[in-house]
Ligand binder design. Structure first.
Ligand SMILES: OCN(O)CCCc1ccccc1
Ligand code: NI
Length: 184
């Protein structure tokens, strides 16, 4: 199981590299990686467990964040009560279409690989269509909006060497164009 010491931090070149496509059939190592990425999310979102293991809660985790420069990311987006909005391992994910409309989390974003807080709106697409392969190697297409869409964009960015604060306007960090949506 990953602990915080296993999470690669900003400054490590792996976080700025373009990750390699994952080949199918999956190697045993890739199957283990997929399991471990998702396991971190599940454990980190459990109040007792995350205290026990000193884990920062995460709704997503991309392979480069554990030092593996491959196109794989796990997402676990909780919904209201104990519902789950999105739980998936995205392999070779690509945003194939997006809304013109922008969106940003009103609270900004953070990243397990970035220890300091970086304030400001991380401007992203409000709606996206993502094509990816799942663990079984099936090609899937999902349409996402709001919070799940934000999370997937954050994770897919990691596979392209992009970090959330790259999207914050340095001069006007809290400027959002009028058609843009602020998500609470
Ligand atoms: O890469 C995932 N990770 O750094 C955990 C934080 C994920 C995340 C946080 C805020 C908004 C979108 C995604
Ligand atoms: Ni991140």
């Amino acid at each position: 199981m990953y602990l915080m010491k296993d999470i690669t931090r900003d400054g490590d070149p792996v976080l700025r590299a373009r990750a390699k496509k994952v080949q199918f059939p999956l190697s045993e190592a890739d199957k283990q990686l997929a399991h471990d990425l998702m396991e971190y999310l599940v454990v980190s979102q459990d109040e007792e467990e995350n205290k026990k293991y000193h884990l920062r809660p995460g709704v997503g985790l991309a392979a480069p964040q554990v030092g593996v420069s491959e196109c794989m990311a796990a997402v676990l987006v909780p919904g209201p009560d104990d519902s789950i909005l999105l739980k998936e391992v995205l392999i070779n994910p690509v945003v194939i279409s997006n809304s013109v409309q922008d969106a940003a989390l009103s609270e900004g974003e953070g990243c397990l690989s970035v220890d300091q807080d970086v304030e400001g709106y991380v401007v992203r697409h409000d709606r996206i269509t993502v094509r990816y392969q799942n663990l079984a190697g099936e090609t899937k297409k999902i349409r996402l909006k709001n919070y799940p869409a934000i999370v997937c964009q954050h994770e897919i960015d990691h596979l392209n060497g992009i970090l959330f604060y790259d999207h914050i306007n340095k001069k006007t960090p809290f400027k959002m164009d009028p058609e843009g949506i602020l998500i609470d």
